[in-house]
Design a protein around this ligand. Structure first.
Ligand code: GTB
Length: 217
């Protein structure tokens, strides 16, 4: 059955792979499932046709026959449950990998998002300079804990899983801040994720949309 996802017609990051369709593309590339991409403009996202797919008028969405999904975490979990490659077969290891998916989205991403939003929307506010170090320290505190848990392991719990896919995706948002480099094992972990052929294919595909140039190779 054909899989169709939605992505920004023009991503605000110009193709740095930070919009959440990259996470879904990456998951589909990891499991080797072909997919189509329907590009949507900001105005089309508010239209009834898109709101029928996504109640909050956002991307990404996922369509497969009669099934329509929104929320990146749910989409990646669906892909991982339907196709081998992103979740272990052992029940306990599978449950732990899913735990890492939730940890990435519910525990690690919120302070990172707060930092992104502060830099994007609050830089002209009188209290910005005073607040920024507090927000950055909340990120550092989470990274410190994550770094301690990862140690010198390659991935969070055994083989690469959907938990790593989401954790790497979340940490990638920190690259421009330089904070990631304060944690060499996390920086290396992110680099390992970015080096995966499936990630490269996903990244190149979303970059091609945003630059108008076809993916290399
Ligand atoms: N919880 C939802 C999910 O995980 O799927 C959140 C989805 C979401 O935030 N979608 C964003 C969106 O559609 C795009 S990814 N925004 C438009 C709107 O809400 O009207 C967030 C995003 C956008 C842009 C960048 N960037 O340019 O760097 C990074 C991340």
């Amino acid at each position: 059955m054909t899989i169709t996802i939605t992505a920004f017609e023009r991503s605000p990051d110009g193709g740095k792979g930070l919009a959440r369709d990259t996470r879904v593309r990456w998951a589909l590339e990891e499991v080797g499932q072909p997919y189509r991409v329907r590009l949507v403009s900001f105005s089309a996202m508010r239209e009834p046709a898109h709101l029928a797919l996504h109640p909050f008028g956002q991307i990404p969405t996922y369509e497969e026959g009669d099934l329509v999904l929104f929320e990146t975490g749910a989409i990646v979990l669906h892909i991982a449950e339907r196709h081998p490659g992103l979740l272990p077969t052992d029940a306990n290891a599978r449950a732990r990998a899913i735990t890492w998916m939730f940890a990435a989205l519910n525990t690690v991403e919120p302070p990172i998002l707060e930092l992104t939003i502060a830099k994007l929307l609050e830089a002209d506010k009188p209290w910005y300079e005073k607040r920024l170090p507090l927000v950055e320290d909340r990120v550092r505190s989470r990274l410190n804990e994550l770094s301690a848990r990862l140690g010198d392991a390659e991935w969070l719990d055994g083989a690469f899983s959907a938990g790593d896919l989401l954790m790497v995706s979340v940490l990638l948002r920190l690259k421009p801040s330089g904070i990631l480099n304060e944690f060499p094992n996390l920086a290396a972990y992110v680099a390992r994720g970015e080096a995966r052929p499936a990630y490269k294919r996903a990244f190149d595909a979303q970059l091609a949309v945003n630059t108008g140039k076809p993916p290399a190779g």
